[in-house]
Design a protein around this ligand. Structure first.
Ligand SMILES: [Zn+2]
Length: 222
């Protein structure tokens, strides 16, 4: 919101500069010619301040469309919380959450940024970036209708390869990223135990009872 206000303020300065070059400003007999360097500066600042909210808006639209595909066409809408949104969110301690009734997915600060970082260099994704992919798929599975966390996470594990490809990651990298998450991040949940164990099951493995045998499963190594 602050970015948009700052941008509008600088657009107003540019508008005023142009207006005063056409019509005389109050107290002036004649219009004042535009000062090109000033006009370029305020327009540049207006665009610079407009970029972050426009970029986030575009990213949310992309995530919403892809989450809807992952949720088998149940309509999802993704919102990237700002720091202020996160502080006001009753579920601020959860990195993300989803409501299967409304299709609304919320990713807390800074997870949208981490997911953006992942998508900018998937071939050298770190554990945190792979976690952001897993979280995006996990919340999409809630919108798909699953609320049991163990099942939700296992469904996500099997679809992380699909999710990465939907988000534009090249095929071989998407497969490797999804398998890395399964072999490291997911297994780590089982080892940590406690609250994390709610997201883990030893049955979530190729050929075990939670294997959905998806044609494009993360586990499929053909
Ligand atoms: Zn969940």
């Amino acid at each position: 919101m602050l970015w948009i206000l700052a941008s509008l303020c600088f657009f107003w300065c540019a508008f005023r500069e142009i207006r005063n070059s056409i019509w005389a400003a109050p107290g002036y007999a004649l219009p004042i010619p535009v000062t090109p360097s000033y006009l370029a500066l305020v327009l540049g600042l207006a665009l610079a301040f407009a970029w972050p909210p426009v970029h986030t808006w575009y990213f949310q639209r992309l995530l919403s469309a892809k989450a809807t595909e992952l949720a088998d066409e149940r309509r999802a809408s993704v919102h990237c919380n700002t720091l202020f949104d996160t502080m006001m969110d009753p579920e601020m301690l959860a990195a993300g959450h989803a409501n299967p009734l409304t299709g609304k997915i919320v990713l807390q600060k800074p997870w949208c940024g981490i997911l953006m970082d992942y998508l900018s260099h998937p071939q050298r994704a770190n554990d945190k970036e792979l976690w952001s992919l897993g979280m995006f798929t996990h919340e999409s599975m809630h919108v798909r209708g699953e609320m049991n966390e163990t099942k939700t996470e296992c469904q996500a594990v099997q679809r992380n390869y699909r999710a990465a490809k939907l988000l534009g990651v090249p095929d071989a990298t998407a497969r490797r990223n999804a398998l890395d998450y399964y072999n490291n991040g997911y297994q780590e949940r089982g080892r940590i135990g406690g609250m994390q164990s709610a997201y883990y099951s030893a049955e979530c493995a190729p050929g075990k009872t939670m294997d959905e045998h998806l044609p494009d499963s993360t586990w499929d190594t053909r």
